[in-house]
Ligand binder design. Structure first.
Ligand SMILES: [Zn+2]
Length: 497
């Protein structure tokens, strides 16, 4: 198997069209032109793009900046170091003229795509626009959406919508316009379950927004080289292997205190903490979300990713609208998680249940998947990993591109980054303020955000944890004044304890 077949950009099982597709990405040259006040956006965009197409250059004025994660120095110095460290793939023919020029910030001519952002709003356009400038979660969202637009242009085979003229969006009410008002802010006070691509992107977006406050991050996993592509916060050598320690290190010296907890959500729960004001479900299994629902946080933020589509929801508990677990309950009878994984991995149900319960992948598991054609021989670093790693490698945050020679799966690392930016925006809004997400926003990165949000109702089957009277009473005891759940006094017949 050649080195190109193992390129992480096409995931663990590259389709037959992958080699030609990677050649196209390797020979594309992107130039980012930026101005002094848009360094964080320019570097964030370069960070996404250089993981997709290796020939990225940044043309920036030599002003000094100090940015969390990216470091301290002049903008060109930081860009050079970032591109060198984050690049995936080989830059081929990097000397020729750029195929695509992106103007970031106050760039008035000469680009194919223009992007700017202030703290809470962003603009994208094909012609120069009145630039926005500032710091906040919309900077990270703008970088992810601009990377998605470049991704769609580089892969015209993908179905979906391209930017036709101009586009505006904001992370206050998620409508497709620039928001004049900023939401009332509050220091971060939350527990984040999961330090993978979404959890680490959340921390990156918070740091770049100069967030203050306290964030506990709960995860039992270690960094592996296969994670690098999808973790935009992974730029330099981490120096530690536990994901939670790595995130704590990124936040050192900033106003955000990250406290690591090595373990699963269930371990953390058993350690006897009081219910947190806010929990974040940055996990990728149904069981993971069930455990987060059981924490009974006052509010829970959830991110879900499938292919190029993602959603973020802001949930309460037992108030008639969906809790964090509600959307995942009803799937149990139709296609269960083990059925999906059995198809994906070729492992038997008994073993899958052990793995879903937290057991780590053994050499025998990986051997069996390789023998069954589910993984390539180069994937032995999955030994000691989690079953979710296999699923993620094939299903998570990627595009299926139909090429002349077949289907190729291409990773789309900007999708979890966008989820992280939206989670960060919701964490920075004062709880209970009118500006918080009214339940759920969906973005399909095969196009642009629609400007709509939705209010999904609670699981109608009555089987979700949020129908349990015991849990509803515990939630009310923990949060007697805020967000009282509806219907506690009048239990319905279909409710289960
Ligand atoms: Zn529920």
């Amino acid at each position: 198997m050649s080195e190109r077949d193992l390129d992480p950009r096409t995931g663990l099982v590259p389709g037959p069209g992958a080699a030609a597709l990677l050649r196209r990405l390797d020979s594309t040259r992107v130039l980012i032109r930026t101005t002094a006040d848009s360094g964080a956006l320019a570097l964030s965009l370069a960070n996404h793009l250089v993981r997709i197409c290796p020939s990225v250059a940044v043309d920036a004025p030599p002003i000094g900046v100090n940015l969390p994660v990216f470091g301290m120095g002049t903008l060109p110095e930081l860009a050079a170091r970032l591109l060198n460290q984050a690049r995936i793939g080989r830059a081929e023919g990097a000397e020729g003229p750029a195929n695509l020029v992106i103007g970031v910030g106050d760039v008035t001519a000469g680009a194919d795509l223009y992007v700017s952002a202030n703290g809470w709003s962003l603009r994208l356009s094909v012609d120069p626009h009145e630039p926005l400038a500032g710091r906040g979660p919309a900077v990270s969202a703008a970088a992810a959406l601009a990377a998605a637009e470049v991704f769609r242009r580089l892969l015209p085979e993908l179905p979906g919508v391209r930017l036709a003229r101009d586009f505006e969006w904001n992370l206050c009410d998620y409508r497709t316009r620039v928001s004049e008002a900023f939401p009332p802010a509050a220091p971060v006070d939350a527990v984040c379950f999961g330090a993978g691509s979404v959890g680490s992107s959340l921390v990156l977006a918070l740091l770049l927004s100069r967030a203050m406050g306290d964030l506990v991050v709960v995860d039992d996993d270690r960094l592996e080289s296969r994670n690098r592509l999808k973790y935009p916060a992974w730029i330099g050598e981490p120096g530690v292997r536990a994901k939670v320690d790595w995130l704590q290190g990124l936040a050192l010296g900033t106003s955000l205190r990250v406290t690591p907890y090595h373990g699963s959500c269930a371990d953390w729960q058993e350690s006897g903490p009081s219910a947190p004001a806010m929990a974040v479900a940055a996990v990728d299994t149904r069981e993971g979300r069930r455990q987060v629902a059981d924490v009974l946080a006052r509010e829970t933020l959830n991110a879900g990713i499938e292919g190029l589509a993602m959603h973020v929801s802001r949930n309460r508990f037992g108030d008639g609208l969906a809790c964090v677990y509600c959307p995942y309950v009803d799937t149990s009878d139709r296609a269960s998680e083990t059925d999906v994984l059995r198809e994906l991995t070729g492992l038997d149900s008994a073993r899958l249940l052990e793995l879903l319960g937290g057991s780590k992948l053994t050499a025998e598991d990986v051997n069996r998947m390789v023998a069954g054609g589910r993984l390539s021989e180069a994937d032995f670093d999955l030994v000691g990993g989690r079953i979710g790693d296999v699923a993620r490698a094939r299903l998570y945050a990627g595009a299926r591109v139909k090429t002349g020679s077949g289907i190729a799966e291409v990773n789309a690392p900007f999708v979890p980054a966008l989820a992280g930016a939206i989670l960060a925006a919701e964490m920075l809004k004062a709880p209970g303020s009118a500006a918080v997400l009214d339940r759920r926003v969906d973005v399909d990165c095969s196009g642009l955000p629609t400007g709509w949000t939705s209010r999904p109702v609670a699981d109608p089957s009555g089987r979700c944890l949020c129908h349990s009277q015991v849990r509803r009473r515990a939630y009310l005891r923990a949060w007697p004044k805020e967000y009282p759940p509806a219907g506690v006094a009048e239990p319905k017949g279909n409710m289960k304890r």
